[in-house]
Design a protein. Sequence first.
Length: 388
Amino acid sequence: MCDIERLHKLFHQLYHTDPIIVRAPGRINLIGEHTDYNNGFVLPATIDKAIYVGVSKRTDNKIHLHAEEYNENYFTDLENLRQSKFHWSAYVLGVVEQLQKRNYSLTGFNIIVDGDVPVGAGMASSAAIECATAFGLNELFGLGISKLDMVKIAQKAEQEFVGLQCGIMDMFTCMFGKKDNVICLDCRSYEYEYFPFHQEGIKIVLLDTSIKHSLASSEYNTRRKQCEEGVALIQQHLPEVQSLRDVSIEMLDTYVAHNKTVYNRCRFVVEEIDRLLAACGDLQRNDIKSFGKKMYATHKGLSKLYEVSCAELDIMVDLVKHDRSVIGARMMGGGFGGCTINIVKENAVEELIYNTRNKYRERTGMNLNAYIAVIEQGANLVEERIEV
Ligand code: GAF
């Protein structure tokens, strides 16, 4: 748990001044996976786990970073952002690089990154650091950047500095999340609508496989390329098609079927976009059962067609799928590890976690961490004044 008072104290110990503190939460995604970079829809929400950054100005051009997670300092300056190999500071420095590219005038600064979003668990901790940095520097230097532009800056930082060709979901959610609501985001137009997510009698439970996914690994970028390949094949015949958002199963059958892998990837995305729209209807009718069935279908597609699951994620879904207290379950986020998201009847949550933990250990020899996610507001400035 990140303690604001502790962050404040640490800031004083390291940098001898008051910080501006920003909170940027992690996210869940109810349905709509790998659809964001295909111009489709997503249905995410921000949760009660967040990254906190403290920032203050310096009079020189140096950047002093400290990450509590690694208990590590890193020093550089505004002219030397790029590193020879990946380091956690990339999430901060990538944002600085984007601000410089847009000609915002910055001086050096101090920053501490803290928080309780588990790293590599599929809750978008990296997007939370990028958004917190953009938000914090925007406040610190009075840059006047809109929320949507901060989202785009954070996304570009991930793509250009970290090297993951991610979509917009994680950053958009972090900035625009709303307490007790999920966001139905159209990733083509950035239009969005909030849907109240009634949590009476149910809980959102995240079951962590303890497999740290490495999204930056080439697989995520490969999936993105395969989707583009599918679009290119269709475009040869239908030039008006811009993305998988414009594609139907019939088009795939006609123009892509000869390339089995590309066909499967595209088929999952086209089905997932439709599934999400139907799932929004379920939410509006408060038909959580029907919603849950779609989550299982999403998992199957991610595992068999999109092939971004892993043995442990499949086991975790298998272990709960015949349990009547579990309304829906699937892997969440980019894949290859991290958490499953489960909608569970409230009175059965503890028993479910207990039983699944034991069975998961029996099957894999690994530990299971469980989190009950509560939907909270998106990124904000932490206003309290703290006496040190
Ligand atoms: C990761 C990416 F960062 C998102 O943009 C999204 O594609 C997600 O994987 C899969 O839905 O979190």
